[in-house]
Design a protein around this ligand. Structure first.
Ligand SMILES: Nc1ncnc2c1ncn2[C@@H]1O[C@H](COP(=O)(O)OP(=O)(O)OP(=O)(O)O)[C@@H](O)[C@H]1O
Length: 596
């Protein structure tokens, strides 16, 4: 329960929804209880007048008595109807305040969680899977909403109704009231246990359902592999097994639910029988009227629904508490990357690494060790090395996606940790190794990093990234949709669209993380030529595997197992006769073999 305290700030914010909401609950219940008393009076009227009516059998006056009698009944009936209508109106207001408030809180919570997630560093996203992040922002928030809305509303409703009915019952007759209420605690306990069972089974079903959806999602994403390996029958069998577990659990749930309503009706029936039996004795004693029995039967029936709700509300609160605990776990996390205190300033493009060490915390892999180098503003620097040598890690550290364990990275002489992060990242064009394009049109994908952009700027960026002609070949040109809702670009086209996204920013520093790998050598040359013009006087850092790509670089850093093994220009490195030269010779050999 203590986790739900987090919600107090929302309750405070929406106090002017809660106060009238509670008021409407009280009023609606008052109008729910009064009709029972009116029905009691009507019942008395019937029992008393029916005898008088009988006495006048054969007399003319009998018709007059009948008229008065039926008129009075109509009058009572109308009163009951009006009272229930008023109750309905207040019930409407009650839902309009309390349930609407819960929707507002749900909206605020989702926004708060989303904004918080965005602040957290890459490390957080490495440690937690996307499914879990999404569940907390949707399913868990939904469960909390069920607490702030329906659970609170029904809890107040039940409390008010109980107080009103019990007071009314005891004011009529204490003995009858006690007997009438006797089965109710048993009903509460049974409902609580049955509800817990239903809940456990529902949770189990929910888990099976999400595993079934994940299975289906994965298999359909990999449908090409399934078809090529002719594994359709095998996959269908696994699906049938998974789905049969889901069916069995669902049938278990239906069994428990089937038991629930008869049990409830049995206990309500018991209460009614007790009311009639004990009430009948009291009527004979003369301590209550027959109308009181009718009144009590209405009360008992009115209590049934809230009592059922009580069990439901308890489980809603338990679920909400568990969900809020999960939400709080993430909300209490602070990003390990904080922006520096320096004011936002224009970047010149000098980058310096001094004895930088970096280990991935989750795997313990030492990705960079004692890395030192210096990049002057305006230089074209290339980074090369075998796979896993730490090239992408280096690029990520430059973007401050992670912080170094030791050593220092400086930008224009200022430690990166002091630099205003948003302003710095705004001035860097970063093309990551794993290209990511949004399910949107090409135009919006290219313009992603900017708030305002002209069509001409988008076209120029596409030209510089050598993807303009490809885009113009599509029927809808720059309006072509990508992703699930649109066309699938080839690997090389994707890379070039994401290069255009970086170039349109006119960045002061450009970082290409192996993003020319799927581009043919001719197009690569075109892009590099364009870069020469666009990035004149600005710093470009290119991570690559092909030496032909980086030959012209002002400086080449050769990484080997997280360390800088060699650095210099192409000619200098060839003369070293080290790793670089070996890589160069191997690549020349490969080219020769290909041309044979
Ligand atoms: N997010 C991560 N969490 C844990 N370990 C990682 C992570 N990213 C990379 N590594 C490990 O760090 C080392 C360096 O990886 P990195 O991606 O920097 O290499 P790379 O030179 O860019 O490789 P490639 O050329 O194949 O892209 C590798 O051993 C890799 O397994």
């Amino acid at each position: 329960m203590k986790h739900l305290r987090f919600l107090n700030k929302h309750f405070y914010k929406y106090k002017w929804w809660i106060v009238p909401g509670v008021f409407f609950v009280i009023i609606s219940n008052i109008f729910g209880v009064i009709p029972a008393q009116v029905i009691g009076h009507a019942f008395n009227l019937i029992t008393e007048n029916i005898q008088i009516y009988g006495l006048f059998t054969g007399f003319e006056r009998q018709q007059i008595i009948y008229d008065i009698f039926s008129y009075s009944l109509l009058y009572f009936g109308s009163i009951v109807l009006i009272l229930y209508l008023i109750r309905g109106l207040f019930l409407f207001f009650m839902r309009q305040t309390l349930i609407l408030m819960s929707r507002h809180i749900e909206f605020d919570m989702k926004n708060e969680i989303y904004a918080h997630y965005q602040k957290l560093s890459l490390g957080f996203y490495r440690r937690n899977n996307t499914g879990d992040l999404m569940n907390r922002a949707t399913e868990d928030v939904n469960r909390v909403r069920m607490y702030v809305g329906p659970a609170i509303m029904y809890a107040i409703n039940t409390l008010v109704l109980f107080l009103l009915i019990i007071t009314s019952m005891y004011s009529v007759n204490a003995k009858l009231a006690t007997f009438c209420l006797l089965p109710l605690p048993v009903l509460v306990i049974i409902i609580y246990f049955v509800n817990t069972q239903i809940n456990n089974k529902s949770e189990q079903i929910q888990e099976q359902l999400s595993s079934l959806s994940s299975f289906v999602q994965e298999r359909f994403s990999g449908i090409r592999v399934i078809k090529s390996y002719v594994r359709e029958d095998y996959t269908r069998e696994i699906f049938a097994n998974e789905s049969s577990a889901y069916k069995n659990s669902s049938m278990g749930l239906v069994r428990v639910q089937a038991l629930f309503y008869p049990t409830m009706l049995l206990l309500v029936g018991l209460s009614t029988i007790l009311t009639v039996y004990i009430g009948g004795e009291q009527v004979i004693d003369g301590s209550i009227t027959a109308g009181n029995i009718a009144e009590f039967i209405v009360y008992v029936n009115q209590l049934t629904f809230p009592v059922t709700m009580l069990g439901w509300v308890t489980t809603l609160i338990q679920r909400a508490s568990a969900s809020q605990k999960r939400i709080n776990e993430f909300l209490e996390l602070q990003s390990d990357i904080h922006t520096g205190d320096d004011p936002a300033r224009e970047v010149s493009g000098n980058i310096k690494f001094e004895h930088v060490n970096f280990t991935y915390q989750d795997t313990g892999i030492k990705a960079l060790q004692d890395v030192s180098f210096d990049i002057k503003a305006g230089q074209f620097v290339a980074i090369i090395g075998r796979t896993g040598s730490g090239k992408s890690t280096l690029a990520n550290l430059m973007m401050r996606m992670y912080d170094t364990d030791s050593g220092q990275i400086s930008i224009d002489g200022n430690p990166l940790k002091n630099v205003n992060l948003n302003s710095f990242r705004d001035q860097v064009g970063f093309v990551p190794q794993e290209v990511f394009l949004f399910s949107d049109n090409i135009k919006n994908n290219i313009a992603f990093g900017l708030d305002e952009v002209t069509d001409l700027e988008i076209e120029n960026a596409a030209r510089n990234a050598a993807v303009y002609h490809n885009i113009m070949d599509f029927e809808l040109k720059f309006d072509t949709m990508l992703g699930e809702r649109g066309i699938t670009l080839s690997g090389g086209q994707k890379q070039r669209v994401s290069i255009a996204r970086a170039l349109i920013k006119e960045p002061k520093i450009l970082i290409f993380d192996d993003c020319l790998s799927a581009v043919d050598t001719k197009t690569e040359e075109e892009i590099l030529n364009n870069l020469g013009n666009v990035m004149k006087g600005k710093t470009s850092i290119l991570i690559a595997h092909r030496i032909s790509t980086i030959k012209k670089a002002d400086k080449i850093l050769v990484l080997e197992e997280g360390r800088i093994a060699e650095q210099g220009t192409h000619d200098e490195l060839i003369n070293l006769h080290g790793i670089y030269e070996e890589m160069y010779q191997n690549q020349l050999l490969e080219e020769e073999n290909k041309s044979l």
